[in-house]
Design a protein around this ligand. Structure first.
Ligand code: AMP
Ligand code: MG
Length: 340
């Protein structure tokens, strides 16, 4: 199969591929998604094959009109309504009790469905052109960093999918905030572009799942996305070095000295300077860091890094989202630096 590159002025073609049961990768404000017709089980199955994704990991259904929600969800309580009004369209996924027409391939056999309305113009136009809801996970090979540029999709998926829409770099850079609103109290399952504080400003009872920063063992059932499987990992080993500017710099200098025999990279946050290391700027704020994180992890691989030290400190509403991704990319290999 040759993967077609579709420009953003030719979305009608992308819609035709979806209606014929094909796979199209598309840009959103979070990351690139790998889409199929959500109501066509056979088409959805191809997503799992193309990504090498375990079939017990459900997909999010993307819509371009809030009127589609009742066609996908059979129940919506007052809290869910408030969250939908406040955060859709946007980098936000809501989990609700599903309607019977959604194939089991989409929801991994669960009685709930994740629904998202992207705010990115190209994504919304693509979904409208497909004239059907689009089931999509991130458009990467399972376990690798999510793609935030069309070239990252091609790198992983060339020859495995029908087409990719060439829409430039994603604005948010980390996946959507996921909230389970199928029960009486909304539960944050995955931090993303919308923070817990923002959710609580609309529905104060909203809580965060206690397992957000953990991984689960093989025979446990995952409650949060990405808990069970290795996630966001580049080929290089990643070590998070967390803390204030000076102690982080001192620690990374020591680590670089200890790892002189390797090609080392530093993902920077503070503008610290390091000798003999490949440096990529993450960004001074966590919002910038979120936007650059996955692309940087992929670029370190291209530059041949064996080990990457990531400067990090939580400093804004995107901090929890970055921390969640970064800790997983580092397989929880974290060094916390104190002031002295
Ligand atoms: P991805 O961002 O590629 O991992 O894909 C979407 C994520 O949404 C998955 O990791 C799922 O775990 C999560 N998700 C989708 N539907 C549900 C659901 N019904 N219940 C819980 N999580 C869900
Ligand atoms: Mg993913």
């Amino acid at each position: 199969m040759k993967t077609e590159i579709i420009e953003i002025n030719a979305l009608k073609r992308a819609g035709e591929i979806i209606r014929a049961g094909g796979l199209v990768a598309f840009p959103t404000e979070t990351v690139y998604g790998l889409g199929a017709d959500a109501l066509n089980g056979a088409a959805v199955k191809k997503i799992f094959e193309a990504k090498g994704r375990p079939s017990d990991n459900p997909l999010i259904v993307h819509i371009a009109d809030k009127n589609q929600i009742p066609l996908l969800a059979r129940e919506m309580n007052a809290a869910a309504k408030k969250l939908i009004d406040a955060f859709m369209p946007g980098p936000f996924t809501i989990i609700l009790k599903k309607q019977g027409n959604i194939p089991d391939e989409v929801t991994a056999g669960l009685d709930t469905v994740g629904i998202r309305f992207p705010s990115e113009k190209t994504a919304a136009e693509f979904i409208a052109a497909a004239k059907t809801p689009i089931a999509a996970p991130s458009a990467n090979i399972s376990g690798r960093p999510s793609p935030t540029r069309a070239e990252d999709v091609i790198f992983d998926m060339d020859g495995r999918i029908d087409a990719v829409i060439n829409g430039g770099a994603c604005g948010v850079g980390v996946e959507s905030t996921i909230v389970d609103a199928s029960g009486p109290v909304p539960v944050l399952l995955r931090p993303g572009g919308i923070s817990l504080e923002e959710l609580q400003s609309v529905v104060p009872e909203t809580i965060a799942d206690k397992n957000i920063m953990q991984t689960v063992s093989e025979n446990e059932k995952p409650r949060c996305p990405g808990m069970k499987y290795r996630h966001y990992a580049p080929k290089a080993r990643v070590v998070v070095v967390e803390g204030e500017k000076e102690p982080v710099q001192k620690k990374i200098r020591e680590l670089l000295e200890e790892n002189k025999d390797k090609i080392a990279g530093v993902l920077t946050m503070y503008g610290n300077v390091y000798d003999s290391a490949v440096m990529i700027c993450g960004g001074a704020t966590n919002t910038e860091y979120a936007k650059n994180l996955f692309a940087a992890l992929r670029d370190f691989d291209k530059l041949g890094a064996d080990i990457v030290f990531a400067e990090f400190n939580e400093n804004d509403g995107c901090g929890a989202a970055v921390k969640n991704r970064l800790y997983k990319a580092a397989a929880h290999n974290i060094i916390r630096c104190c002031a002295k």
